[in-house]
Design a protein. Structure first.
Ligand code: SF4
Length: 308
């Protein structure tokens, strides 16, 4: 089946099943092109919650489909690549989080959305890269914050807010490749460009970069917003490389340069037109959650969605 036939088949199946396809900006470009809605974790959670479709096909890694299923108990949520994992979600589980909490009984747990439903169920607040700073700023100063699982995002928040937190030792193996040295070299090599960096990157706690007016730390949606509004013509992109697909589509005439070729999330590339078709045809990849876990996980996600 060629791409055109696959796209036609997906359109027909969507109509038959009253389905929508949500895709993350790191999904392969052909998956992005068939999606009804594209977004980052926060945007897609909001879209899932407001969708009137009966079926949501989630073009992303498994924890994202799980988050949609937590928000939409009356809908069928399909994860076309249910084995698509995430190094952050894999770095912490409910037992280890419970042990961490026991060592800090007064602590407030803030979990990045890249976690399993079981971890969210033991969490006080979820956040995404788009609202992590605001979430932490909203918490009482008098109590310790346990932030996980991304230590680079946690360090970035500590630098920006001045608030000390306990950090879990997890990383996104994709953004962990983006070092301070790479960014300092890019600043010299592209003197007219802004550098857009995802705060999961290793360089995110570099004080010099945080204070540099040409450097913008942002979620993917934040990068798209900045690129559209900025008078600059060139942008160096320090995040997952397929983000460039949408940046280029939405900003004809502007130039986007990857900080390093080959920064791809292999897990996200497990989603394909073929497995989307298979999911729609057979229901493969249906997310099933324990109702007790789901209701507990819903509270920190709702709190996250209230802070924009
Ligand atoms: S890019 Fe990193 S955080 Fe995002 S899904 Fe891949 S491994 Fe997880």
């Amino acid at each position: 089946m060629d791409i055109l036939q696959a796209k036609e088949k997906i359109e027909r199946l969507k109509r038959e099943k009253n389905a929508v396809i949500l895709a993350h900006y790191y999904a392969p470009p052909d998956v992005q092109d068939v999606a009804d809605f594209l977004g980052d974790s926060l945007g897609l959670s909001q879209l899932a919650a407001s969708s009137e479709a009966d079926v949501i096909v989630f073009g992303g890694v498994h924890f994202m489909a799980e988050t949609a299923a937590i928000l939409c108990p009356d809908k069928t949520v399909l994860s076309p690549a249910p084995d698509a994992g995430c190094s952050l979600a894999d770095s912490i589980d409910a037992a280890r989080l419970a042990a961490w909490k026991a060592r800090h009984p007064d602590g407030i747990v803030v979990s990045y959305v890249n976690t399993t439903a079981e971890v969210k169920a033991l969490t006080d607040w979820c956040c995404t890269s788009a609202n992590a700073v605001k979430v932490v700023e909203s918490l009482p100063e008098s109590r310790p914050v346990l932030f996980g699982p991304d230590k680079h995002l946690g360090s970035h928040i500590m630098q920006v807010t001045g608030r000390k937190m306990e950090l879990w030792d997890g990383v996104c193996t994709v953004h962990d490749e983006i070092s301070s040295m790479m960014i300092h070299e890019a600043l010299k090599r592209w003197p007219d460009a802004d550098i857009l960096i995802h705060p999961e990157a290793t360089c995110s706690d570099d004080k010099e970069l945080i204070g540099n007016e040409r450097v913008v730390f942002a979620s993917t949606a934040g990068m798209l917003k900045h690129a559209a509004a900025s008078p600059k013509k060139t942008f160096v992109i320090a995040t997952e490389a397929d983000t460039m697909h949408q940046l280029e589509k939405e900003n004809p005439g502007k130039v986007f340069v990857p900080v390093s070729p080959g920064i791809y999330c292999r897990e996200m590339k497990k989603v394909s037109l073929e497995n989307i078709i298979e999911s729609l045809e057979t229901g493969k990849g249906k997310v099933v959650l324990d109702e007790n876990i789901r209701t507990k996980a819903l509270l920190p996600i709702r709190r996250m969605m209230e802070i924009k």
